[in-house]
Design a binder for this molecule. Structure first.
Ligand SMILES: [Zn+2]
Length: 302
């Protein structure tokens, strides 16, 4: 702990050093985020001035969540609360009512150019915005603004952190483009449990096929599964991935019927624990890009 304290001190003096004597930190905010990916981005922007708690834990499903009485207490004590929005956290409103939280949650995805899909005859907005770092830049701007509004004394630090992290997001985007766009388009096809990579597809042209739609709350019918199996065979999809936060039985069954090979596990909407491969958003995104590109490169035996 002592060593990391020294390191933080050094970083701070490098960032603001040489005569710039900023105001002392006024307070440490208690922030709550709905799920781990968003909690990490709040942490990146808030830095030392914010304690962040995630309601859904590591490897948890943000669509379906049963909050505990402790979660209600955590929310009630929050100085500021963040959700991603766009229909992701259908459980959140009930928790607000149960907890007696009187604040208004910040919707981090506000202003993102969202994509929609047809599902069961309805037009549904795709909530999985974070699977493109281009959308996460909007999260960062919204988080920065919201933190400054509740803690203006630390505005300089929030601005510096947001600028630094935005640069990191642009590097991640450039990395994904350089790795994925060199592969032939007709090989960039992957099978996953539910449809969570639409924004990834929009940026990098990787097509994902899934038996379950935008929310894990829906279930695939036998007819859906049969149709998907045909499609996988026709389009020669070679690789399937499990999801860290979802049941893998259906993908397993489809892969057996189609001969698709396992590519490993993708972190679609939940970080891993600290000792896993995806403890932060940046690590999660890079890990997914590497896993997907490896799978595409290995599927050259057409
Ligand atoms: Zn999802």
């Amino acid at each position: 702990m002592r060593a990391s304290g020294v390191l933080v001190g050094l970083l701070a003096s490098t960032a603001f050093g040489l005569g710039a004597c900023g105001p002392a930190s006024a307070k440490t905010l208690n922030a709550v985020a709905s799920f781990t990916v968003l909690a990490d981005v709040v942490k990146q922007v808030g830095g030392d001035h914010v304690n962040v708690k995630s309601l859904v834990g590591p490897n948890g499903d943000p669509h379906e969540f049963e909050p505990s009485p402790d979660d209600a207490k955590t929310l009630k004590e929050a100085d500021i609360t963040f959700v991603s929005g766009e229909g992701l956290e259908s459980w959140f409103e009930k928790l607000v009512t149960a907890s007696g939280y009187s604040g208004k949650p910040i919707v981090a995805s506000k202003g993102i150019k969202t994509r929609t899909m047809e599902e069961d005859g309805k037009t549904v907005t795709d909530p999985h915005v974070w699977n493109s770092p281009v959308s996460v830049e909007v999260w960062v701007a919204n988080i920065e603004k919201a933190l400054i509004s509740v803690d203006p004394d630390d505005a300089a630090a929030f601005k510096a952190n947001a600028a630094q992290y935005t640069k990191e997001l642009r590097d991640l985007h450039a990395y994904a483009k350089s790795v994925l766009e060199t592969e032939p388009k007709d090989r960039r096809k992957i099978l996953t449990s539910h449809y969570a990579f639409g924004y990834f597809d929009r940026e990098y042209g990787v097509e994902f096929l899934s038996p379950v739609g935008l929310s894990t709350e829906t279930e695939a019918s036998a007819a859906d599964v049969a149709k998907l199996i045909d499609q996988i065979k026709t389009e020669k999809v070679k690789t399937y991935f499990f999801e860290n936060s979802n049941d893998s039985r259906l993908v397993d069954q489809i892969s057996k019927a189609t001969g698709a090979e396992p590519g490993g596990e993708l972190y679609v909407e939940s970080l891993s624990k600290a000792d896993g491969p995806a403890p932060t958003y940046a690590k999660m995104f890079r890990y997914n890009v590497d896993q997907i590109s490896k799978a595409i490169a290995g599927s050259s035996d057409f």
